[in-house]
Design a protein around this ligand. Structure first.
Ligand SMILES: [Zn+2]
Length: 431
């Protein structure tokens, strides 16, 4: 294998250094290194390859929205070297067969590692536990289990799932949404929903489930991960659970760090634009501030995209009929730069912790989320924070175009991504 030298990269935003890659690992880090191939990284920040705990790749079943191939291209272009593929496919990823299929498709595509998430309940129907052990033992080595898109609302089933995953060091990732409190809910319950006459989605519907699940996880001594926190109250509950020493982790999406519910009323793309319809819903400015502070102080462990591609016909319709979700893989790092780095809340080392180290730890992803140091697998992202450009989804690798940032300028650009020393992205394009 040829050696590659990355010249003058600022590792985690530090002083410029050269990074020599040989046989898929970081072989040397220092000054004046040379190799068979040279990549000029002057001014670029080197981050460990990003890891996403929450990606919807839609295959099998909704290949009109995304495939493993297109979704992992988008991931690589966003700086990711590993993604967790959510289980709400068709068929649902609730057996060893389906998770192995998704895992193999990821291997064949080769743009980043795909770690399938296994469903908690058969068919996401919330009635019977799926074959968690068989999925854990399969070639896909599933460690994260989630009915995401739906909440495991039955307390007994949630308790059993938490008990079951302990046997193989798994984690249950909960989509916290009390179903009866959110029946027909359309957007955050508050002043804006009142003015617009849309059914409200109260914060308590999220917070009540998180509180219950923290108590259940403590009761059975298991690991709980809370998906996409969206309210200030959820932050307080997770902070309380952590203060007790319970094994609870949490994620926040880029969009919940930047966007607010008043965009539904008035935005650059008009009012009632379903591009802003998402689950959980966009909340208030006070919630956004609380989420940012919690991500900065570590109460929220990581950023997860909840990349949720939908075809045009499912989004460009009237609000009530539109699908919930936004794409996010190709803008995540830029949004985090805008919301967290440019506000002084995180430095690049902090970004590496929250977008690579922590998600790899929570998902038990070996060989990802490791520091850029000699001997570690060469999973690295080169990022230019100095540029700023208007978002244009026309060129996105994702099969879907439902980004809420169209027409908005965002900072930064992923210049290159390396997966075990092999470039998956160079010059901002697929290698
Ligand atoms: Zn969800």
């Amino acid at each position: 294998m040829k050696t590659i030298v990355i010249k003058g990269a600022r590792i985690l935003g530090g002083e410029p250094a050269d990074i020599l890659i040989r046989d898929g690992v970081f072989a040397e880090i220092g000054q004046d290194l040379s190799g068979d191939e040279t990549i000029d990284a002057t001014g670029l920040v080197a981050l460990p390859g990003l890891v996403d705990l929450h990606t919807h790749l839609r295959e099998p079943g909704r290949e009109d929205a995304e495939t493993v191939e297109t979704g992992t291209r988008a991931a690589a272009l966003g700086g990711y070297t590993a993604v967790h593929a959510m289980a709400n496919t068709d068929p649902v990823a609730d057996t060893a067969g389906v998770v192995e299929q998704v895992w193999r498709l990821g291997q064949e595509a080769g743009h980043c590692d795909v770690r399938p998430v296994g469903a908690v309940t058969v068919g996401l129907d919330g009635e019977r536990l799926a074959e968690l052990g068989a999925m854990a033992d399969s070639a896909a080595r599933v460690r994260v289990f989630s009915d995401d898109g739906k909440c495991v609302s039955d307390a007994v089933l949630m308790r059993r799932a938490l008990e079951y995953v302990k046997a193989f060091d798994g984690v249950v990732a909960q989509h916290a949404q009390e179903p009866r409190l959110t029946k027909d809910a359309q957007m955050n319950e508050g002043a804006v929903s009142g003015r617009l006459g849309l059914n409200g989605w109260p914060a308590v519907a999220e917070e009540a489930i998180i509180a219950r699940d923290c108590l259940l996880a403590a009761h059975v001594g298991s690991r709980l991960h809370v998906c996409h926190l969206s309210t200030a109250g959820s932050v307080e509950i997770v902070r309380w659970a952590k203060s007790k020493g319970w094994d609870v982790t949490a994620e926040v999406t880029p969009h919940h760090l930047l966007l607010t519910d008043d965009l539904v009323e008035d935005s650059p793309v008009g009012s009632y634009n379903p591009i802003y319809k998402v689950n959980p819903p966009l909340r208030t400015r006070a919630d956004v501030e609380a989420l940012r502070a919690a991500l900065a102080d570590g109460t929220i462990d990581c950023v997860a995209t909840d990349h949720a591609p939908h075809p045009v016909e499912d989004k460009e319709t009237e609000w009530a009929a539109a699908a919930m979700g936004m794409i996010g893989l190709e803008t995540a790092l830029s949004v985090v730069q805008e919301a967290m780095v440019e506000t002084g809340l995180l430095d690049w080392a902090g970004v590496a912790e929250r977008m690579s180290f922590a998600p790899a730890r929570i998902g038990r992803v070996a060989d990802h989320g490791r520091p850029i140091e000699v001997g570690a697998p060469a999973n690295v992202t080169l990022y230019d924070p100095a540029v700023r450009a208007e978002v244009d989804p026309a060129g996105y690798a994702s099969k879907s175009r439902n980004t809420p940032y169209q027409g908005r300028a965002l900072p930064g650009r992923v210049v290159a991504t390396f997966l075990r020393g092999r470039p998956t992205v160079l010059d901002g394009k697929l290698a």
